[in-house]
Design a protein around this ligand. Sequence first.
Ligand SMILES: N[C@@H](CCC(=O)N[C@@H](CS)C(=O)NCC(=O)O)C(=O)O
Length: 268
Amino acid sequence: MLELYHHGSSVCAAKVRWAMVLKELDFETHYIDILKGEQFTPEYAKINPKSVVPSLVHDGNIINESTVIMEYLDLAFPGKNLTPDNPLEYVKTRYWTKALDELLHPACGTLTFASSHRHIVKKNMSEEALAEFLASTPDHSVTVGWADYKKQIVKYGFEAPGVADKVRLYDKYLKQMNEDLQQHKWLAGEAFGLADVSLTPYVNRVAMLGMSAWWEDSLPYLADWWVRIQAEPTFKSAILDWCPQDLTDDLLTFGSQSWPEVKKIISA
Ligand SMILES: N[C@@H](CCC(=O)N[C@@H](CS)C(=O)NCC(=O)O)C(=O)O
């Protein structure tokens, strides 16, 4: 039996969910609302010591870390193979998933909290509940030092130290995607695969924040890839439909209000 612990606005969970759907796997879901602090319960910490989603449980075996989970799924289950057989395409896939784990994902957490989630948690929580939510974050969570950094972003938004650098890093990777997609149809070569599945939620995040202008006129190969990704038959059901409507609305409202700030940073 396969069980996935996940959340509607989690990029890491979205890529795993899409991989599971593409591989036509049956799985049970456990929805952990990370904007309400449900990731911090002692029960969930036994499954995921960093108190983050996603976690996969396969016949009682716990598998954590979204990139590792996707590699596991491809090894453990037949069906559509997402990992390229060609060694050079495999290497390109690994470059992308490594960059994502090490750099793009922390940049995404920062962009998301600075533009949208800080407003959502302030809107939905009392001051005491917000203080408890922030105090519950383990130090090694989304990144090392995330507990303190999250506090700073919630307090100061784009003015928090290092936020502008993370936005510029996001910009760098969107441009890198555009360059790679100029060379071949999909991110690691001519076939759709793990690199495309992995990067999709990070482009979708920007779109859901109402910031698609980031690439619309300036990154044509990325724009074309994004149109093709959205046309994939399972994209909507695996990714968009899991985000509750109120959260989708909040991401768009707060994200759109933050776009001028982001634009100023990436245009400087
Ligand atoms: N390295 C982890 C990172 C997981 C992660 O950062 N998850 C985020 C959502 S995308 C989370 O659960 N955040 C909870 C929080 O900020 O407290 C993975 O790839 O699975």
